[in-house]
Design a protein around this ligand. Structure first.
Ligand code: ATP
Ligand code: MG
Length: 144
């Protein structure tokens, strides 16, 4: 396989679980492939209610730690072992932005993500999937 760094943006939804299983399957038994699982913890300066930098750092850390705990619980619930996976949480004002930054920083060459997510109400594609498809040149595989 030509892809070496697979990124699965993970929001805990059924589609994201299916995407992660697809990525693990693609990487299975292939030398030199890394599967990154990323949760973007939405965090905004305005909503923190804090104006000083130290306070904002504490707020961000709290956000990231809570998101990591939630993600690990969701992975365990889905019976997905984190052995061999890179599990990451990044704070960002938007999931799309956080996913794009992470992909650029980690030489990601394939994104495998859910068609919809936890907010699924109607329609074919969630806003994060839409944002990624419209803003990156990296190949994207969407999974239902
Ligand atoms: P919307 O959020 O627009 O109401 P939705 O929740 O159904 O719709 P998306 O949010 O676009 O759909 O989710 C599609 C996929 O994007 C998810 O399956 C997951 O792969 C990824 N994703 C969404 N939110 C996050 C997040 N905060 N961190 C990481 N990945 C995410
Ligand atoms: Mg969503």
């Amino acid at each position: 396989m030509k892809y070496k760094n697979l990124l699965v943006p993970f929001d805990g939804s059924e589609h994201a679980v299916n995407a992660l299983e697809a990525a693990i399957d693609l990487a299975d038994g292939v030398e030199g492939v890394t599967v990154h699982v990323l949760r973007v913890a939405e965090a905004a300066g305005a909503e923190s209610g804090l104006s000083d930098y130290d306070g904002f750092e504490v707020y961000l850390n709290r956000r990231v730690n809570a998101a990591k705990e939630a993600m690990l619980a969701e992975l365990a619930q889905a019976n997905i072992s984190t052995d061999g996976l890179v599990v990451a949480v990044e704070p960002s004002y938007s999931p799309t932005e956080g996913i794009i930054c992470y992909a650029e920083d980690h030489n990601v060459d394939l994104i495998v993500m859910g068609r919809r997510g936890v907010g699924a109400l109607r329609g074919m594609l969630g806003s994060v999937s839409y944002g990624i498809l419209h803003n990156v040149d990296i190949p994207v595989m969407t999974v239902k």
